[in-house]
Design a protein around this ligand. Structure first.
Ligand SMILES: Nc1ncnc2c1ncn2[C@@H]1O[C@H](COP(=O)(O)OP(=O)(O)O)[C@@H](O)[C@H]1O
Ligand SMILES: CC(C)(COP(=O)(O)O)[C@@H](O)C(=O)NCCC(=O)O
Length: 381
């Protein structure tokens, strides 16, 4: 995935930093977010030619990111690239970094000013866990940046500078949301990674992690793997498309003889108990289709996260909830379930919104921290 800033052209700071040794499309900076399930990389390349040509435009698969005019994020220039790897296959990630020489990015800059030229910004638990491995295999230190700081920085950056970024998902339709940057805060950021963090965001660097749940993306993938024997997350997600959760979930109608329980606002088709049907049927795991299991699981976890998110939004009087994290994967059923849960519980008062760069918030935040730390200092220098 690539992102061309300002319609595919570089957004260059006024005071351009140009190394005479750089060739066209040189990598300038790399940041990593090493989570419980996935490693996310964000790196920038600087094209020293006049700008982006048509061929390059076509190769920019995703989103053209257009920072809004009055940019406060002027420093890191170039095209942003995004990549992800399974954390369990960290060696593939190391190979990728080596093959593209990403770890060398930025060193030209640091060398000039005598800084630690072999440190890359890193966040997520793996920044601690794999620090030695990076040192050993790539010869770089990981300059650790706090995960929550990065999530918030990444989210604020995207919401303020990238259009379109946030969207609602209602009745099968994505609708982009116009963000008024003067009326952005407060909001609830729900990051659904392996686990789930819920963060009340009040401004740049102003936030509080108000809640979380261990029932998250890792739970869906872990349980799904055990129950369906799927070999990959994508396979599990694909199965859910073809499944019917009613085969396994116990509905209100199953308990109430096909009728609604109107008095407490439940229709006969509402789920009364996720996976509840399995207790009353004389069936083994093998008797259930993996498609139905996947669908029930996805529904259960998405619904639960939607509900807890709403409750936290209610706790703090927040109307806007932005969901990020790679659990979402732009998946229709996931987004629909979360949206319906938020809408249902809030009686239409709160709104679920999703971020296009969902899983890259932390990595983007770490990337941005180059600006606030060394890069800014060097620019001034
Ligand atoms: N290709 C994939 N492989 C594994 N998990 C994936 C993949 N794509 C999406 N996921 C989901 O995303 C979750 C990880 O999300 P992420 O935001 O990267 O969190 P973390 O930082 O904990 O790794 C996984 O637990 C899984 O539910
Ligand atoms: C520990 C974590 C911040 C790590 O982040 P992750 O790798 O899951 O993205 C996250 O898994 C989490 O918030 N877990 C929920 C823990 C809890 O509040 O119960």
């Amino acid at each position: 995935m690539e992102v061309g800033m300002q319609g595919g052209r570089l957004v260059e700071p006024d005071s351009k930093i140009v190394s005479p040794t750089l060739s066209a499309d040189e990598v300038s900076h790399l940041a990593v977010d090493i989570g419980g399930s996935l490693i996310k990389l964000v790196y920038s390349s600087i094209n020293h030619n006049s700008g982006i040509d048509d061929k390059e435009k076509k190769s920019s698969k995703e989103c053209s990111v257009v920072p809004n005019g009055s940019s406060n994020y002027p420093v890191i220039c170039g095209r942003l690239h995004f990549a992800k790897f399974e954390t369990s296959k960290i060696n593939d990630c190391v190979e990728f970094i080596l093959s593209k020489q990403l770890h060398r990015g930025g060193s030209w800059h640091h060398e000039t000013f005598g800084n630690d030229k072999k440190a890359i910004k890193a966040t997520g638990g793996g920044a601690y866990k794999f620090a030695d491995l990076f040192k050993e295999k790539l010869g770089v230190s990981l300059d650790k940046v706090d995960e929550m700081d990065c999530l918030v920085a990444g989210s604020n950056f995207l919401l303020k500078e990238v259009h379109p970024e946030a969207f609602t998902y209602i009745d099968g339709r994505e609708e982009y949301v116009q963000i008024d940057i003067n009326d952005l805060y407060p909001y609830l950021l729900v990051n659904i990674g392996s686990g789930v963090s819920m963060i009340k965001v009040d401004g740049d660097g102003k936030f509080e992690r108000v809640s979380g749940t261990s029932v998250g993306g890792g739970t869906f993938w872990g349980l799904g793997k055990l129950l369906t024997k799927c070999k990959s997350f994508d396979e599990l997600l694909e199965l859910s498309h073809k499944g019917n959760n009613r085969v396994i979930d116990m509905l209100v109608g199953d308990i109430y003889g096909g009728t609604d329980y109107t008095k407490i606002g439940l229709s006969s088709t509402n789920i009364a108990s996720s996976f509840g049907k399995a207790i009353s049927e004389n069936k083994e795991l093998e008797d259930y289709r993996p498609e139905d299991i996947s669908r029930s699981l996805l529904r259960m976890i998405s619904n639960n996260i939607g509900q807890i998110s709403y409750l936290n939004a209610l706790r703090f009087g927040l109307k806007r909830i932005f969901f990020g994290g790679f659990f979402i994967r732009g998946h229709a059923y996931t987004m629909d379930t979360i949206s319906v849960a938020v809408n249902f519980w809030s009686k239409g008062e709160a709104k679920a919104m999703f971020l296009r760069h969902e899983g890259f918030l932390g990595a983007l935040g770490a990337f941005r921290s180059y600006e606030s730390h060394s890069f800014d200092a060097n620019m001034t220098h």
